[in-house]
Ligand binder design. Structure first.
Ligand SMILES: [Zn+2]
Length: 433
């Protein structure tokens, strides 16, 4: 199957899930253009894509999934600015270990500001904005925020190499005893997210430091953090490989690797243990003994950046994204102009249920041509005279299945339940939550 092929029909398998091509991958850049999801303009600059309405709908669905999963897992969300003073990154160590990837500082009234290369320093500062008790830990702080990387123009392209990155980030501040449990729980969030997204990890990597001066020098800290992540991976039962030279400058990490159609690997999700930044920022909590103690900082990202996540979703699924992520979830197709008011009413009822629906009427061509045009829309609701008379819908599913005419209210309730539970199954009644 050629790359970028989007009009394949998806046959239902025995368990009702859509069959996926195991090996064929798509080209997210081509699809982004064809499906009107995102674009770039030289006037804005390379590596700075903009999102069109359909792309923004996908992105919002993804962001809302993550925020809901985080709220359920006990995270609280914060917002912090995309700029920070130079000193912030001197303290965190980013300037000395990561400065080459940062945008140059801007001088404003004698003060130097930089576009942030990560969210960690802001979160560390928020943590220490007041005193913390051991009773507040683990304190799970999440933010889906922008960070910036000064990539050379030559390597930029699509959504995979960008200069503005919107990261699903979080930092768990916890006691040393809680760190392994928190890292394990983050891995489980990643597993559940991949199931909902219909994607799979190429491999799990324990990323360790390598030779060179890129890493903070503290052998005992590296030994403790590596032992902790190794125990988490061993306890998870997941197969993994250790790789030297892939750690963050402040600590080792578990990287969840994905692969594109050409077999090129990149990191999507990550779980990191950090003893360094709590030290640098002087973070403390008051322990049960009344004394001051140093928390551990777990950095974790469930879906990585929204840019890379959407690129990988398109590479994997082509335009046939899981229904809960589809830009248009329900295409409403009146057979003739006489059913147009019923179709518009159905689209309004979809919107009331939080579903994204669009009417494609007879002015857009014959029914067959319209069905072909909306072939990537997971649910295609056909309304002929019989359906209009009885407030019924005849449903076609993207995978070719047809659901005989039934009451519109029941059909919409089922679609809302399936998409609301982030099912990758288009019509099952036993959708996972
Ligand atoms: Zn971080």
């Amino acid at each position: 199957m050629p790359r970028g092929f989007v009009s394949r029909s998806l046959a239902p398998s025995r368990d009702g899930r859509e069959e996926r091509e195991e090996t064929a991958m798509h080209d997210h850049r081509k699809l982004g253009r064809e499906l009107g999801l995102f674009g770039t303009d030289p006037l804005i600059g390379a590596g700075l894509p903009y999102w069109l309405p359909d792309g923004a709908a996908v992105r919002h669905a993804l962001e809302e999934y993550v925020r809901t999963a985080e709220r359920r897992a006990g995270y609280r969300h914060v917002h912090s600015p995309v700029l920070g003073k130079r000193e912030l990154y001197e303290i965190s160590g980013h300037l000395s270990h990561y400065g080459g990837d940062m945008f140059p500082a801007m001088d404003v009234g004698g003060e130097q500001f930089v576009l942030r290369p990560s969210l960690c320093p802001h979160h560390a500062v928020i943590y220490r904005s007041r005193s913390r008790s051991h009773r507040e830990l683990p304190l799970r702080m999440a933010e889906l925020g922008a960070m910036y990387r000064s990539e050379p123009s030559g390597v930029l392209g699509g959504l995979t190499r960008v200069r503005a990155i919107h990261l699903n980030d979080a930092h768990v501040f916890c006691t040393p005893d809680q760190a392994a449990g928190e890292a394990g729980a983050a891995l489980e969030m990643i597993r559940r997210a991949y199931e909902a997204l219909g994607i799979s990890a190429a491999r799990y990597r324990l990323s360790l430091p390598g030779p060179g001066g890129k890493y903070v020098a503290d052998p005992e800290m590296w030994r403790r953090a590596t032992a902790l992540l190794t125990a988490v991976l061993d306890g998870s039962g997941l197969p993994y490989e250790a790789a030297e030279g892939e750690a963050a400058f402040y600590g080792p990490k578990i990287d969840v690797q994905i692969a594109d159609g050409a077999g090129r690997e990149s990191t999507l999700s990550t779980v990191q243990v950090d003893f360094h930044q709590p030290e640098r920022f002087g973070l403390r909590y008051v322990g049960a003994d009344g004394g001051a103690h140093r928390p551990v900082m777990i950095h974790r990202s469930v879906i990585g950046s929204v840019e890379r996540a959407v690129a990988h979703l398109l590479d994997t699924h082509g335009g046939a994204l899981p229904a809960w992520l589809a830009p248009v979830q329900v295409a409403v197709l009146p057979v003739t102009a006489a059913e147009l008011p019923n179709a518009e009413d159905l689209a309004r009822r979809c919107a009331d249920l939080g579903l994204r629906a669009e009417v494609t009427g007879p002015e857009d061509g014959g029914l067959g041509a319209r069905v072909r045009r909306v072939r990537l829309v997971p649910y295609q609701a056909v309304i002929g005279p019989a359906e209009a008379g009885g407030d019924h819908v005849a449903l076609r599913l993207r995978d070719g299945r047809r659901i005989p005419s039934r009451p519109a209210r029941d059909v919409l309730a089922r679609i809302a339940a399936l998409t609301g539970s982030h099912s990758t199954d288009l019509w099952s009644t036993t959708a996972p939550c």
